[in-house]
Design a protein around this ligand. Structure first.
Ligand SMILES: Cc1ncc(COP(=O)(O)O)c(C=O)c1O
Length: 377
């Protein structure tokens, strides 16, 4: 168990911030790193050619350790939508017609598939979740021979319900179906075994559980998917781009691996040091320790929420870092506003109160949440 790390963040004592699934705060160390990067850009004569390469490679390396893949399979992207669009542009679905998503899936993992379906003869099937069946079973039921691709998260963004990636992997192998993952609501707080899940593409935005700056993220491309067409034809992803004076000797060759998918201006001098610092801190804590700490904390907090009458998602059905409770029918319509007035921050998504604490929270935050909810429900 990791004790509360509140001192590493800039969070006033009277703020109970329980909303990581919306946006994490930045660590103080991350702010200092970003500040250093911005100052470097303020004096461009201090910038050197390695500054365009070394930080991104360091970020790739650190993230590769987090998910246990080779760094050359990682691209730097600004968002989940960017990564999913890259996957949608490059996976050749062949004669199969069905693209499987789940209902109420986050739009960044929906619109790129809609575009693909609109310009081809594929169609999207949104898997409905039904009472008394796990989401995994609902997806598996739809995974037949006509299924070309399944593009899902491993934890739903509304209620934190778990999807069993290994079960999907097994079925994908049986029916020869692509797997694309949006891990934005889990990477950084939950261990994910890439060696076993073996997605074709997977994407993570950094600004939630990765504790990183907004507009940064990673795209994983499996080795066989590292030869596709990038969204942008940048110069820095091309072979020998380090030779700045020779850039007009145009080349058709990219740097090896997933680098070709890097976004334009990926060498963000201000934000990249922040990405690195956040990753260093997560690796120092250990994702397994973060996961275990949040698991224990959340089981206790879920129990307390249940005691005050909320119908919480059972522990075994949800990601260890997520708590969700059905929004009670009899509740003040402005419940979130009432909580905010008391400096308690959480979200309402898809009919659920979504409560997603992290290591900055402490017992005082949890007590205040319970007291305020009991007073208002
Ligand atoms: C599951 C999931 N994926 C992705 C995102 C963010 O997507 P993007 O980086 O495209 O803005 C969110 C934001 O809430 C999310 O919940």
């Amino acid at each position: 168990m990791i004790k509360s790390q509140r001192n590493l963040f800039n969070i006033p004592d009277d703020v109970a911030y329980l909303n990581t699934a919306y946006m994490s705060p930045l660590l103080n160390s991350v702010i200092t790193s970003i500040d250093g990067g911005a100052r470097l850009k303020s004096q461009p004569w201090r910038l050197s050619i390695p500054d365009f390469y070394e930080q991104v490679d360091q970020a790739r390396l650190l993230f590769s350790k987090l998910i246990n893949v080779a760094p050359q399979n990682l691209a730097i992207v600004p968002s989940t939508s960017y990564g999913i669009q890259t996957a949608a542009n490059n996976l050749k679905l062949g004669k199969k017609k069905k693209i499987l998503l789940i209902e109420n899936q986050f739009p960044s993992n929906v619109y790129p598939w809609k575009r693909l379906a609109n310009k081809s003869d594929c169609s999207i099937r949104f898997v409905e979740t039904i009472e008394n069946e796990t989401i995994t079973d609902s997806i598996l039921r739809e995974m037949d021979e006509s299924c070309a691709l399944v593009a899902v998260p491993n934890v739903t963004w509304t209620s934190g319900k778990l999807i069993d990636l290994m079960a999907l992997r097994e079925r994908c192998d049986d029916i020869n179906c692509f797997m694309v993952l949006d891990l934005t609501q889990s990477a950084g707080a939950m261990q994910i075994d890439f060696k076993k899940a073996r997605p074709d593409f997977a994407v993570v935005s950094n600004y939630k559980w990765m504790l990183g700056p907004y507009a940064t993220g990673f795209l994983y491309a499996s080795p066989e998917n590292c030869f596709g067409v990038p969204l942008e034809e940048g110069w820095i992803t091309r072979k020998d781009s380090k030779n700045f004076s020779n850039l007009v000797n145009y080349t058709d060759h990219y740097e090896p691996g997933a680098i070709r998918y890097d976004m334009g201006e990926r060498s963000n001098f201000a934000l990249m040091p922040g990405v690195i610092k956040a990753l260093e801190q997560i690796l120092e804590w250990g994702v397994n320790n973060i996961e275990e700490t949040l698991r224990v904390q959340n089981i206790l907090l879920s129990g307390r929420l249940e005691k005050i009458g909320l119908a919480v998602t059972p522990d075994e059905e949800r990601g260890p870092h997520f708590i969700s409770a059905k929004l009670p029918i009899k509740r003040p319509k402005n419940l979130l506003k009432l909580l905010e007035k008391e400096n308690i921050f959480l979200s309402e998504r898809g009919g659920f109160l979504r409560i997603t604490p992290h290591l900055w929270n402490n017992e005082n935050d949890f007590d205040r949440l319970i007291n305020c909810l009991s007073k208002n429900l």
